[in-house]
Unconditional design. Structure first.
Length: 340
């Protein structure tokens, strides 16, 4: 298998890298569209630095019906797909995306793939990208993959088993379907969160993994530099050495990680904390030693579970009222389970 993306990252070939820049690619292609066609597509796919907009909202801006906006969107996409030079413009990005999906087992969660592509540009250009700029790049990459590479790549919408993902149309992914059933049964019986390495080891012990091991252990490129980014909470070598299995974990709909990188079912409170008490427990457990209640409040706000700010007084009250915690010093609290 070619290691095209790895080579570009290592060699930093700027001319080739431009061919992977979805923003520059789309801007060049949009030159063949009329202003209104450009605006409709930009608003529909979030290419204007804002959220994706509805047909109705765009129609109001252009004094058009929803149906007319839909027709313009459809016609504009067809116009782009028929451009004589389209294949040339998309040749490198098509190769990189296909290789990435293939070496990750044939199926990749949308956000996972878009993060890799966006961070590859950051790594090669040595340019820091803010959250807003990363989001914009991801929208551009999604537009290119979903609408301009759709002949070879299929966007899998939310199903019972998977988050929104991309898959190769010519690659069978039935091995994932079999593995997900056995994996979820195993996680449900654990009833507690686990670290990534532990979960990977559990997957490797499953019958379905051993059955399809050759499809899940592929000779692939070294993307450790990308996986070292803070977007991924795990050790970059762990991810790089287990690409297809890690990608599989990312794609499973009812499996998720908490803010500290621990895996479990999406509806578990240790994975998706609902209350301030849930957040207190997670912070203490992750810290592994007693904390002052003001420090717990600060840590909750640093982790940013959601947009709700933790108040030290509220945290203190929760610690006093819940028997899972015990006072071990002046304002210091620990988990009682640590005694076991």
């Amino acid at each position: 298998m070619s290691k095209f993306l790895e080579q570009l990252i290592e060699q930093k070939k700027q001319k080739e890298l431009v061919k992977l820049d979805a923003v520059e690619i789309v801007k060049a292609l949009f030159a063949d569209l009329k202003d209104r066609e450009q605006d409709v597509l930009s608003r529909r796919y979030g290419l204007h630095g804002k959220n994706k907009e509805t047909l109705e909202k765009i129609g109001q801006l252009h004094n058009l019906t929803r149906e007319r906006v839909r027709q313009i969107e459809s016609a504009s996409l067809k116009k782009l797909r028929k451009l004589n030079y389209l294949e040339e413009y998309l040749q490198d990005i098509n190769q990189v995306v296909r290789e990435l999906i293939q070496e990750h087992g044939g199926l990749m969660r949308q956000d996972f793939l878009l993060n890799i592509l966006t961070l590859a540009l950051k790594e090669t250009n040595k340019k820091e990208l803010g959250d807003k700029e990363k989001g914009l790049y991801k929208n551009y990459f999604d537009f290119v993959i979903s609408e301009l590479l759709s002949e070879n790549i299929e966007k899998v919408k939310k199903e019972d088993n998977y988050h929104i993902s991309y898959k190769l149309k010519d690659q069978d992914t039935k091995h994932f379907d079999e593995l997900v059933g056995e994996a979820m049964t195993k996680v449900e019986t654990m009833k507690q969160t686990v670290k990534t390495k532990e979960l990977l080891d559990i997957l490797k012990s499953l019958k379905s993994y051993k059955k399809y091991e050759t499809k899940l252990n592929l000779d692939s490129s070294n993307l450790s530099k990308i996986f070292a980014d803070d977007v991924f909470p795990e050790d970059s070598k762990t991810i790089n050495d287990n690409k297809s299995l890690y990608s599989f974990l990312q794609a499973i709909k009812n499996l998720d990680q908490n803010k500290f990188g621990d895996w479990g079912l999406s509806d578990w409170r240790e994975v998706s904390p609902k209350t301030i008490n849930d957040k207190i427990y997670l912070v203490l457990k992750n810290n592994g030693k007693p904390m002052h209640f003001t420090g717990i409040a600060e840590r909750i706000n640093e982790v940013n579970f959601d947009k709700k700010k933790a108040n030290p007084a509220t945290v203190h009250n929760e610690l006093i009222l819940d028997d899972r915690y015990e006072l071990v010093g002046r304002g210091l609290y620990a988990l009682k389970e640590w005694k076991n």
